[in-house]
Design a protein around this ligand. Structure first.
Ligand SMILES: [Cu+2]
Length: 545
């Protein structure tokens, strides 16, 4: 949470600079430079670190490390994760990685600055901050790998009696597939990070071509390496990484939707199969980020085709969510609002990605603000809304108290409006051809002039977005101190973490008695609810007669 907030603040400073280039940044200006302004180099660093921190230190640890570690064992009726010590090692590895990343801001020449993608050769000739970034990444990757092994073992080995694969809550499925993505996609990046470290420190040339000029001088290196190799290794991780962010988000949304529509999820089985197919396909689309590298039409055709194919399972899952709403008696509480907000936002994010998957359109849109708009719709109002839904939904499980609904609703509606204010103008700017990573937002470009006025609007929306987060932070503390006390099953849910465990769960064992499972995960409003006066049947309740 801290890292999310920190990454957000980096973004706010950048946005200020885009709206008011060469004006003093309020409040924190003096920290940035003597003139109180964000320098062009500073802008590059902040851009790189905003991406790194949000993805690797913010969303992944919260979605997988936080929700996964806490909710998953509860949902499968396990006392804890399979390997608690590996979990601890994973946590400390993450901690060291996080500290290194933060420490890099205090390097004399600043932190890493070559974009979150750290393309070679620029990253290799960059200042020392880059070395710290690489060390930080190695620790973060190690942390994720340890965690993913633990998730896979836990889901396979520790499911309680009767909890068959098709009775798993959808959230568990998403975490399971996510763990495989982490396990298979991260090692190539870890290797790539070690290679880049060696290029920087040991004089190797994995990513450095021969005869590379820096300024007017030829770089004194062995050469013969390939900068494109870095891009391949990076995107082989980074495309699946997108799904590492999105899949747990889908899992959270699934739980919240089923619970608050009081209906089973529509098409549960096809959702699970889509999810597995999605995970598999995510490994064969990576070069759609590299259409401009001169790969030739055969390769481009392959990656365009796979990219179109991968959109199918995503659309099946999203459609199943929408159809699940049909005919439900929907409870519009805060977690549900955030889950509902996720649906159209993720839809916009996903659909705007399709033109980028077609090489002919991508040649024009590549590296413009259109791309920024696209992936932010996926991860910001998409994924982060789902994370908020999860926090509001499982807060009573962790604390035994419910979060304040009034503050929650202000938080949702404010965030919803401001998020769209920040990101939708990016499509307009991008279609006009404005490039990303411009320190001044493109003031010196003629073609950018008609759309530059949006920058001020977007910055104001971002500030507004920041303000509405105070309602959330205040809500956390107020509810923790004196929130409404609730029963163990605060939302009348069917899944084990609510129905069979106390709130908060017992330390070390979770359950008083490990429950057996007799039915599917979402039995709402089915056959008289086992003869009792309520509209749901918990998973661990035996079938009568
Ligand atoms: Cu991709």
């Amino acid at each position: 949470m801290f890292f999310l907030l920190f990454g957000f603040c980096l973004m706010l400073i950048m946005r200020w600079n885009l709206a008011y280039p060469s004006e003093v940044v309020p409040i924190v200006g003096k920290l940035l430079s003597e003139e109180g302004m964000l320098t062009p180099d500073g802008y590059n660093s902040f851009g790189a670190m905003h991406g790194t921190i949000m993805v690797f230190l913010g969303v992944v640890p919260l979605a997988v490390g936080g929700f996964g570690n806490y909710v998953l064992p509860l949902q499968i009726g396990a006392p804890d994760m399979a390997f608690p010590k590996i979990n601890m090692a994973s946590y400390w590895s993450f901690f060291v990685g996080g500290v290194l990343m933060l420490a890099s801001f205090f390097m004399p020449q600043g932190t890493a600055s070559s974009g979150w993608t750290m393309y070679a050769p620029l990253s290799i000739i960059a200042e020392t901050g880059e070395t710290i970034w690489l060390f930080g990444m190695i620790f973060l990757i190690t942390s994720s790998l340890l965690g993913s092994v633990n998730f896979i073992a836990t889901v396979i080995q520790l499911r309680t009696k009767g909890l068959t694969w098709m009775r798993l809550p959808f959230f568990v499925w998403t975490q399971f597939v996510t763990a495989f993505l982490l396990l298979l996609a991260f090692p190539p990046l870890e290797v790539a990070a070690v290679f880049q470290l060696m290029d920087r420190l040991a004089g190797t040339s994995f990513f450095l071509p021969s005869g590379l000029y820096v300024g007017t001088e030829v770089l004194n290196v062995a050469g013969g390496g390939s900068p494109l190799l870095w891009q391949h290794l990076f995107w082989f991780l980074a495309h699946p990484e997108v799904y590492v962010l999105v899949l747990p988000a889908m899992g959270i949304v699934a739980e919240v939707l089923a619970n608050n529509t009081r209906k089973p999820l529509w098409g549960y089985r096809s959702m699970v199969y889509s999810l597995i197919f999605l995970g598999f396909m995510s490994f064969v689309v990576w070069a759609h980020h590299m259409f401009l590298t001169g790969m030739g039409t055969t390769m481009a055709a392959f990656f365009q085709t796979t990219t179109m194919i991968i959109s199918i399972p995503s659309i099946i899952i999203l459609s199943a969510f929408f159809i699940s709403l049909w005919g439900g008696s929907i409870r519009f509480n805060t977690p549900m609002l955030f889950a509902l907000g996720f649906l159209p936002m993720f839809g916009i994010g996903g659909l705007t990605g399709l033109p980028l998957g077609l090489a002919s359109a991508d040649i024009h849109l590549h590296d413009t603000y259109y791309v920024i708009g696209h992936f932010h719709y996926v991860v910001a109002p998409g994924t982060i809304f789902a994370l908020f839904a999860g926090i509001y939904y499982w807060f009573p499980k962790v604390t035994g108290k419910r979060m304040n609904e009034g503050l929650g609703k202000i938080h949702f509606y404010g965030s919803f409006i401001c998020m769209n204010g920040v990101f939708s103008p990016m499509f307009i700017q991008g279609l006009a051809g404005v490039s990303r990573r411009l320190y001044d937002g493109g003031t010196t470009y003629l073609h950018a002039q008609p759309v530059l006025q949006w920058n001020e609007f977007m910055t104001m929306a971002a500030l507004g977005l920041g303000l509405f987060q105070f309602f959330f932070i205040a809500n956390l503390f107020i509810s923790l101190a004196k929130g409404e006390k609730v029963s163990s099953n605060a939302w009348d849910a069917t899944t084990l973490e609510w129905a069979a465990a106390p709130s908060p769960p017992l330390p070390h064992v979770n359950f008083e008695k490990v429950p057996d499972v007799y039915r599917g995960p979402y039995e709402y409003n089915t056959d008289g609810a086992n003869g009792q006066n309520r509209d749901f049947t918990p998973q661990h309740e035996a079938v009568k007669g």
